[in-house]
Each structure stands twice: as C-alpha cells, then as structure tokens.
Design a protein around this ligand. Structure first.
Ligand SMILES: N[C@@H](CCC(=O)N[C@@H](CS)C(=O)NCC(=O)O)C(=O)O
Length: 208
C-alpha cells in the first residue's frame, strides 16, 4: 500500500495515473496548497522544498519526493513503463519534462491563467516558450509513437498531465496533429481517466 500526498494538479496527476496504470493500491492524503499545508513541518520532513507529490511506500517505510524520482521508483518496482533496455531514451524525455516542459508551462499558467495583466513581459515570454514546446513535442511525435520510442512509458505519464491543461494555454492543441494524436490516445486509457479524476470523481479530461 502506498500513501500518496498530493493535490489536484498536473504534478499530482502524474503519480495517480502511474499508480492506476500499475494497479497499486493507494491512500490519498490531500495537501491543501491554498492553505499552505505543504509548508507544515511534518510535511517538509518528507518533502524538503514543500512540494507535492510525495509517496510513502508502506512495504519498506521509504518516502520519495520529486515526481520524476517517484515515477522511476514505481517503474522500477513494478517493472512497468520503464523498460531497462529503453532507459537511456526514457530518462532523457523524463528529464526534459522535469526540467523544461513542467517548469516553463507552469510559469505560463502563472502569468497567462492566474495573473493576466500583471506582467506583459512574463505573459509574452512564457506564451512564446509554451508555444515552442508544443511545436517541439509535435515534431518528436511526428517521428515516434510515444515520447521515448514505440512504447508508452513514464516519460509520457510525466508529460501528458501538462497537456491536459491545454485549455488554459490558449495555444490550440488541435492545430498540432501529432501532439493531439498522442494526447487523445493516452486520454483513452482507463488508468488515465481514473488517475486524472483521483481527487474529483466528476473531472472529465478536456478534449481539443
Ligand atoms: N519538481 C517538482 C515540482 C512539484 C510542484 O511544483 N508541485 C506544486 C504543485 S503542481 C506544488 O507543490 N506547489 C506548492 C508550492 O510551490 O508552494 C516535482 O515534479 O515533483
């Protein structure tokens, strides 16, 4: 049994989707970011930067922070979506999500969605970067079925939740043929539908 400390956000969905995909049982412990629960001393003991998601594996009492590290741990444990022979490619696309896709699109959310009108520079900069990321993912997916190669892996599980916020981005996912094909194909997976709705049973995946 896994304890999942999380919130209803893209970084949160990565892990609920993975846990659904590998069929592990998990307890959800909601961390209310609006109430700054991520900064409580007990939570910071397992998440030094005060961020969700975190898991605790009750089989060995280990806790793990950082979504990429959690996906690698669960992929390794379950031997699913993290095939040893494909790790070089999977790790690169996973790290690209962790270092570029998530942080950059996260800033686009801050300036374009949550705080429009506060900084023209910030809005323009992250709109442009997010649009470029759409193009770069689309180019990759024009030559490869999934991000790391022919198989669905933890790199897709890490990246897909960020595209699930496409309605906030105002970039027009449907204009990116390969990215849309990939997005919709993953959106049809039962585990993704369940993992996306892990904190809100009524939540429906937005289609382009
Ligand atoms: N690199 C971290 C990022 C996690 C992250 O930014 N989580 C956000 C929610 S999506 C959070 O906890 N924000 C609370 C805060 O920054 O105060 C990961 O991938 O786990």
């Amino acid at each position: 049994m896994i304890d999942l400390f999380s919130a209803n956000t893209p970084n949160g969905w990565k892990i609920s989707i993975m846990l659904e995909e590998i069929g592990y049982n998990y307890n959800i412990i909601k961390v209310d970011l609006g109430k700054d629960e991520q900064f409580k001393p007990d939570f910071k003991k397992i998440s030094p930067f005060g961020k969700i998601p975190v898991i605790k594996d009750n089989n060995n009492n280990k806790s793990i922070f950082e979504s990429g590290a959690i996906l690698m741990y669960l992929g390794h444990q379950s031997r699913k979506f993290y095939d040893e022979k494909d790790r070089l490619s999977i790790n690169q696309w996973l790290m690209a999500q962790m270092g570029t896709v998530g942080p950059m699109i996260g800033q686009h959310h801050q300036f374009h969605h949550y705080n429009p009108g506060k900084s023209e520079f910030g809005e323009e900069r992250y709109f442009k970067i997010t649009k470029r990321i759409y193009g770069e993912l689309d180019a990759r997916l024009s030559e490869s079925k999934f991000l790391a190669g022919p198989d669905y892996t933890i790199a897709d599980i890490a990246t897909w939740p960020w595209m699930a916020r496409h309605e906030w981005h105002d970039i027009g996912l449907k204009n990116y043929k390969n990215l849309s094909r990939w997005y919709l194909q993953i959106a049809d997976r039962e585990a993704v539908v369940k993992g996306y709705a892990f904190m809100d049973k009524e939540a429906k995946i937005p289609k382009p």
